[in-house]
Each structure stands twice: as structure tokens, then as C-alpha cells.
Design a protein around this ligand. Structure first.
Ligand code: DAT
Ligand code: MG
Length: 145
């Protein structure tokens, strides 16, 4: 079963939207298998967003993601990577469809509330940045059977 990394970004924590975001992903059917709150430092931010190094928005992105606490969550489920991207909506909240997290709660591409891994390969690398193997739990839920 696929696993993907979600970050509830500093703007969502500040605005009291953490529960709403977790709830939407949980209600979709995804299972939380790891979760922690942390303040990312510059080194972690640069590694997490390494693919964007050198882009015009990179420094603002690192400043933003380190500006306050985030909640890092590993969600597990069928097609978790793609399903999470659908529930999140398009990168630019101004263009994201209504009914998605970004479409319903955001307007600014630099403050788009939530991160979700964009491929299975990247999910695995991103999960390893935030969690040790022991922090990722394996358990059954009644609704999965
Ligand atoms: P996503 O978060 O949807 O995977 P991404 O990986 O292309 O999007 O970019 C990472 C983050 O960088 C994104 O969530 C918000 C910011 N970002 C992307 N493109 C941007 C742009 N053109 N201007 C400002 N910030 C941008
Ligand atoms: Mg991305």
C-alpha cells in the first residue's frame, strides 16, 4: 500500500486549519501511520525542496516553510500519492478547484497550506527526511477489512 508525506504548512497551522486538513484526508479513507509537529530548519527545508533550488521563488519558499511549526504526516492508502494530490488541489490556490483544500482555503501560491509528495519515489525520500523507520506504525483498521 502506498505511503506519502503530507506537510500542514505554517499558514495552515497559524489559521487553525490543521484539523480541517487532517479530517479531509482521513475521511477520504487515508490512514495516518506517522505524525509529528516540528519547526523545520533551513537545512531540512533546502533538502525537502532541493528540486526547486535556484528557482526565483526558492528563498521565499524556504523562508516561509521555516517561519513557524508544521505538522508532518505519513498517510497510507491505495494510490495515496495521487489521491492526496487530488484532495489538495492545484499548486496555485487561486486556480485550484472548489472542493479541494487549496481551492477552498487559499488564494496565494506562496501560502498554499499543504504539501503532498508528487511521486512514489519522492514520497519515499521525503518520508525518510522527516521520520525514522520506527516512527512509522503498522496497524489495521476495521474499515480497511
Ligand atoms: P506542489 O506543492 O503543488 O508540489 P511545487 O512542488 O511545484 O508545487 O512547488 C513547491 C512549492 O513552491 C509550492 O507549494 C508553492 C511554491 N511555488 C511553486 N511555484 C511557485 C511560484 N511560481 N511562485 C511562488 N511560489 C511557488
Ligand atoms: Mg511539489
Amino acid at each position: 500500500m502506498e505511503k506519502s508525506l503530507v506537510l500542514i504548512k505554517p499558514d495552515a497551522v497559524q489559521r487553525g486549519l490543521a484539523g480541517e486538513i487532517i479530517s479531509r484526508l482521513e475521511k477520504k479513507g487515508l490512514k495516518i501511520v506517522a505524525m509529528k509537529m516540528l519547526r523545520m530548519d533551513g537545512a531540512l527545508a533546502q533538502r525537502h525542496y532541493a528540486v526547486h533550488t535556484g528557482k526565483a521563488f526558492f528563498n521565499d519558499l524556504v523562508d516561509f516553510i521555516t517561519s513557524g511549526p508544521v505538522i508532518a504526516i505519513v498517510f497510507q492508502g491505495k494510490n495515496a500519492v495521487e489521491v492526496i494530490r487530488q484532495v489538495m488541489g492545484a499548486t496555485d490556490p487561486a486556480k485550484a478547484s472548489s472542493g479541494t483544500i487549496r481551492g477552498d482555503f487559499g488564494i496565494d501560491i506562496g501560502h498554499n497550506l499543504v504539501h503532498g509528495s508528487d511521486s512514489l519515489d519522492n514520497a519515499s525520500g521525503e518520508i525518510d527526511l522527516f521520520f525514522s523507520a520506527e516512527e512509522i506504525l503498522s496497524y489495521d483498521r476495521d474499515l480497511d477489512t
